[in-house]
Design a protein around this ligand. Structure first.
Ligand SMILES: *[C@@H]1O[C@H](CO)[C@@H](O)[C@H](O)[C@H]1NC(C)=O
Ligand SMILES: *[C@@H]1O[C@H](CO)[C@@H](O)[C@H](O)[C@H]1NC(C)=O
Ligand SMILES: *[C@@H]1O[C@H](CO)[C@@H](O)[C@H](O)[C@H]1NC(C)=O
Ligand SMILES: *[C@@H]1O[C@H](CO)[C@@H](O)[C@H](O)[C@H]1NC(C)=O
Ligand SMILES: *[C@@H]1O[C@H](CO)[C@@H](O)[C@H](O)[C@H]1NC(C)=O
Ligand SMILES: *[C@@H]1O[C@H](CO)[C@@H](O)[C@H](O)[C@H]1NC(C)=O
Length: 804
């Protein structure tokens, strides 16, 4: 009897087991995600279940992490980014039918390759980062499916990007699900970036108002393919190419469409932890569509970076997320849109792209106003003066999207608002905002399980059991209820996955740790205006340069210090020195940087270690680092003290700019005013704006850079000057004027660089490149700041020369 009662259960389990063993080739389980992984032959990549939130996993491929505790590994591909699976009973299984399926919580199929084969298959991860499904023991190229065909937000070297693919950004740094930015080939054969938001979809790169040939693109090649080469060039069939700053070396590389809508190429040496940006698409910060959402206005300022704000009378929809934009804080219906209860608020220097009701040429302001009042959808208008015809044109707006505020715009917006006692000051347009760049707080990922189909095996068991006697049935019913209850428990209701905060890899050190690391601050390796630098060995044996800031400079709290330090710490470029951490304890403020074996540019110049190609590379690299500093999101980080002592040289003689951000860190009050109250910088390298107390912009760094380049070319220091008799003048004027004079006279003869070049170089240099470099440097040291090039123009000019 006992046996009879149990026999159906045994039988069922046996059948299930049999069924399983014969329908599966293999499976990876989420519970064993630490061990159930696939590693590429050389170990470069790993595939497996990757935690994307609390109890939420995606099947992913990432760069294998040597040190588990440093920071999150870099994910390059995900199978189910928008549908993470449960941390219990989820599996990736290769079925005997040839299909690879990802099963959530043991019952929902969330992803599959839809492949079909009767042969024996295997899943193989190549060292290129490509996961392929192929017949067992066949050549790599003979595959049924590959992950390279369905990229997420990243392209790896040699991965073809074709017309059938798109890259989609992730929502935020911590949320890997699909965001709104897409990279794809459009119908005109052009590679473009579009913002594909909930309400609008628009191309933002290449700049939509330029014709394709104006942005250097060709629409004729219909092959629609782009590829990142292992040496670091990204080129597309529409003639778009970018070359990385470290082009030519074999490095680990990836191209990513980041969550902020820009595309960057990152690189790092094998075995290194940190990625640096080696190239990026040139998109103005505010040109990225949708960045401030509907009814939001983007403004950009070199000191404060990119900012979003709401139009006056509008309020933010979601305080965590600017993409949502703003909504009106008032209600105006078409019926009560009369002149007695509305007014138009003038917003100068603002424009919104698109969504014009029409263009009405030669309209007076009054006519335009009446037009907008009559149109039900009109929520304001743009009123523009046209120079060519000498008339005004009127553009009633039905939506305010992609707002952009810049003091250079001649355009004005007139915003329809109710006439009541709320006073919306137009100051509001550039205030009341938070930095978009700031790290997003961890977000909740809401996952709603739909009730699945009845579990077939449970039904099967029930069917069997119901054929047996009452007791048997009763027993079985209990089992079934239990199973069902359990399933209900795990599959119904909301599962909130709280995403874990990202580990930044940026460490807070204690004072005693650093004291120990530097052996009680015994080994001094440098001294600067803001502090003294010591050599130290951290507890993990990394050699670090530890900068101890002068205690006199502190008037700020630890949290303010941390806020700024962490922004500086997140800047990551191969030509900027990397910051590993900081210490803020009581009066102590210390910064921990990577240490450069080869010392400063100043040391190297004076000890005559630099031949022409090294000098040229240093000029180029420094320009790239500064261009990144000035034009990334965080433009307030002017350097303000570029000089050979602040340019470090690594073992490959690549320059790394040090000490950026300190001018801000140490003088926070000054930055709140439009002018700096104190002169900063080093005599000899300082731009005239400091002396004449004029507005300080990023062009002060351009000036100092020019002086440094002249110093590298001539071997003459601007601080000591050149032996020529002259009036009382700033010493650097002498170096600059000396070179300028030589050029003026030399141009008549046709050769002038030969006369200024450092005699130590002999004739071992490229005359043409030298001439370009000297020309660029002379442009950088122009007295008038507006005629100096920007740092990215400098990079462009030097690169142009390199490629010819
Ligand atoms: C990782 O953490 C362990 C202990 O938690 C430590 O011993 C080890 O040095 C750390 N490794 C690195 C590279 O930080
Ligand atoms: C699998 O292949 C067989 C024969 O090639 C075909 O009949 C069947 O429709 C295929 N199934 C799928 C899901 O593609
Ligand atoms: C591609 O770009 C190069 C310069 O970068 C230009 O000389 C060439 O004409 C372009 N080709 C097409 C088809 O536009
Ligand atoms: C189109 O682009 C591809 C890839 O860049 C290139 O190989 C091919 O030669 C181009 N075709 C023409 C007609 O320019
Ligand atoms: C316009 O009408 C709506 C209701 O249709 C009302 O809520 C709103 O307050 C009115 N606005 C003004 C300015 O009268
Ligand atoms: C603009 O309007 C004025 C009068 O309203 C008229 O004299 C002038 O010719 C118009 N200009 C154009 C370009 O239509």
């Amino acid at each position: 009897m006992i046996l009879m009662i149990h026999s159906p259960i045994f039988f069922t389990i046996f059948i299930l087991l049999f069924h399983f063993q014969h329908s599966l080739s293999f499976s990876l389980s989420v519970e064993r995600h630490e061990n159930d992984i696939i590693v590429s032959p050389k170990g470069t990549f790993t595939a497996g279940f990757y935690p994307v939130g609390e109890n939420a996993y995606s099947f992913a491929i990432w760069f294998t992490q040597k040190h588990k505790n440093l920071s999150n590994p870099t994910v390059v591909w995900m199978a189910n980014r928008d549908q993470p699976v449960n941390g219990k009973r989820s599996t990736l299984s290769l079925l005997k039918t040839g299909n690879l399926i990802l099963t959530d919580a043991g019952q929902f199929n969330v992803w599959s390759t839809n492949t079909n084969s009767s042969k024996k298959l295997e899943l193989f991860l190549c060292d290129t980062g490509n996961l392929i499904l192929r017949e067992h023991n066949t050549i790599v190229s003979n595959f049924l499916w590959q992950s390279f065909d369905s990229p997420t937000d990243t392209l790896l070297p040699d991965q073809s990007f074709t017309r059938y693919m798109q890259l989609i950004s992730s929502k935020s740094k911590n949320d890997y699900s699909s965001g709104f930015y897409k990279l794809l080939f459009n119908y005109d054969n052009l590679l473009c970036l579009i913002y594909d938001g909930p309400q609008v979809s628009r191309v933002y790169w290449p700049v939509p108002w330029l014709l394709s040939w104006q942005s250097g693109r060709s629409t004729y090649n219909s092959s629609k393919v782009a590829i990142l080469s292992p040496l670091g060039e990204f080129s597309s069939s529409d003639n778009f190419t970018i070359t990385t700053s470290d082009y030519g070396t074999l490095l680990q590389r990836r191209l990513s469409l980041d969550h902020d809508g820009n595309v960057r190429v990152y690189s790092r040496k094998h075995g290194q932890e940190k990625w640096s940006v080696s190239a990026q698409f040139r998109i103005g910060s505010c040109n990225i569509q949708g960045i401030c959402g509907p009814n939001g206005v983007c403004s950009y300022n070199f000191r404060s970076g990119r900012k979003c704000s709401c139009l006056p009378g509008y309020i933010r929809i979601d305080n965590q997320d600017w993409f949502q934009g703003c909504k009106p804080s008032f209600q105006l219906s078409c019926d009560n849109k009369t002149s007695s209860n509305t007014r138009f608020q003038h917003l100068p220097h603002v424009k919104f792209y698109g969504y014009d009701y029409g263009t009405y040429a030669n309209y007076t302001y009054k006519q335009c106003k009446h037009l907008c009042m009559r149109l039900c959808e009109c929520i304001g208008f743009e009123y523009t003066y046209r120079k060519q015809s000498g008339t005004y044109s009127c553009h009633p707006k039905t939506k305010f999207l992609n707002g952009f505020h810049s003091p250079h715009f001649q355009k004005s917006i007139f915003l329809l608002l109710p006439k009541n006692n709320i006073d919306f000051s137009h100051e509001n347009i550039v205030k009341d905002d938070s930095l978009v760049c700031s790290q997003n707080a961890p977000k909740q990922l809401v996952r709603l399980y739909v009730k699945g189909k009845d579990n077939r095996s449970v039904k099967f068991m029930l069917w069997f059991a119901s054929g047996l006697g009452g007791i048997e049935f009763f027993c079985f019913f209990m089992v079934w209820c239990f199973l069902l209850k359990n399933r209900k428990h795990s599959s119904e209701g909301n599962h909130n996955y709280v995403l874990a905060a990202a580990a930044t890899g940026f460490t807070k050190f204690t004072y005693s740790e650093l004291k120990h690391a530097t052996k009680n601050f015994s080994q001094e390796i440098g001294k600067g205006a803001c502090g003294t630098v010591y050599k130290g060995v951290l507890s993990d044996n990394r050699v670090a340069a530890i900068k101890r800031l002068h205690e006199a400079n502190q008037g700020e709290s630890e949290s303010e210090f941390l806020a700024e330090v962490s922004i500086i710490g997140r800047l990551n470029h191969m030509n900027l020195i990397g910051m590993w951490g900081y210490c803020a304890e009581g009066k102590h403020r210390l910064l921990v940087y990577e240490c450069m074996e080869n010392g400063t540019l100043a040391d190297n110049l004076s000890s005559n270690k630099l031949d022409w190609s090294k000098r040229y590379n240093i000029a180029m690299g420094t320009a790239k680092g500064l261009a990144y500093l000035h034009e990334e999101c965080l433009e307030w980080i002017l350097h303000c003290d570029i000089k050979p002592q602040n340019i470090l040289v690594d073992s490959d003689y690549q320059p790394k700019v040090a000490d950026f951000g300190l001018s801000k860190l140490l003088n926070r009050d000054d930055f709140d005013h439009s002018k700096f109250s104190r002169i900063r910088g080093t005599r000899g390298y300082m731009a005239p704006e400091w002396v004449f107390n004029m507005e300080i912009t990023s062009k002060v760094d351009v000036y100092s850079y020019g002086v440094v380049v002249l110093e590298m070319i001539t071997g003459k220091s601007p601080t000591t000057g050149i032996q020529i008799k002259d009036k009382e003048e700033l010493c650097h004027e002498r170096l600059v004027t000396w070179v300028r004079e030589k050029r003026r006279k030399g141009l008549e003869v046709g050769c002038w660089v030969e006369q200024i070049v450092d005699p130590k170089l002999g004739s071992n240099y490229d005359v043409k490149k030298m001439e370009t470099l000297a020309d660029v440097a002379l442009d950088c040291v122009k007295e008038e700041k507006d005629v100096r090039p920007t740092m990215s123009q400098v990079v462009e000019r030097l690169l142009r020369d390199e490629h010819n």
